[in-house]
Ligand binder design. Structure first.
Ligand SMILES: [Mg+2]
Ligand SMILES: [Zn+2]
Length: 234
């Protein structure tokens, strides 16, 4: 049924496209060390990621120049830029869905040559951040109403609203905030904590380390036919 539909990619950013969590890097460098206590509250499930980020980012003290210099050191998946160029050439939609902040994500993506529609709400769905003096203001545009999970950016809701009828969804991610998104996906590529979660909860997924492997798995599909059966026969 879905076989002849063009798939839609949704990818996490931190720990997936970027090799580190950029928000954590910013907090480690520029926030009061108490940010780690808030992080524990989130990891242990006492608060959602929206509440967590709101409280943590209020502890950040840095200028735009300092933030930019730090963001420019963030290492990326070495095969991401190539992968993105390939699927773009094939006309396959690729959306970044992230609890992280548009300010940092845009800068990292532009640094690796991905430009075009990086407006938050077009091909990027993430939390939003503005630098004000030596602090930052944050906002959560996707969506303003808090979901039942307490997400900063509700990934399953973004997928539901954006995917279009019957288009197969390929989700790529690594972390805790991705566990809600996999429920909306037809094909899941997972690493680290998301991989452990999928295995524990019997969610079908393919383990990956870099985007080069995703490209290989999808080789036939990205180039044309039968991508669903290709991926599912793994
Ligand atoms: Mg992640
Ligand atoms: Zn949610």
């Amino acid at each position: 049924m879905t076989r002849h539909q063009t798939p839609v990619f949704f990818s996490d950013f931190d720990g997936t496209i970027a090799q580190v969590d950029v928000t954590d890097v910013i907090l480690a460098e520029f926030a009061d060390p108490a940010w780690r206590e808030v992080e524990d509250d989130w990891v242990d499930g006492r608060i959602g990621s929206r509440e967590c980020l709101k409280r943590q980012m209020a502890m950040v003290e840095a200028s735009a120049k300092e933030l930019d210099a730090l963001i420019d050191t963030v290492p990326l998946d070495p095969h991401f830029a190539e992968f993105h160029a390939l699927i773009r050439e094939r006309g396959i939609p690729f959306y970044v869905v992230s609890d992280g902040f548009d300010y940092a994500i845009r800068r990292v993506l532009r640094n690796c040559g991905v430009d075009g529609e990086l407006l938050n709400g077009s091909h990027l769905f993430s939390s939003s951040m503005h630098v004000r003096g030596r602090g930052v203001e944050v906002d959560f545009p996707h969506w303003p109403e808090v979901c039942a999970h307490g997400c900063a950016t509700c990934k399953p809701e973004v997928i539901r609203r954006v995917r279009g009828d019957n288009r197969p969804v390929i989700f790529i991610g690594d972390g805790l905030s991705d566990r809600f998104a996999v429920e909306e996906a037809d094909v899941v590529f997972a690493r680290d904590r998301l991989l452990a979660y999928c295995r524990q909860h019997h969610v079908a997924c393919t383990a990956f380390e870099t985007f080069a492997e995703i490209d290989q798995h999808l080789g036939v599909g990205v180039r044309g036919q039968d991508w669903v059966s290709e991926v599912r026969s793994e």
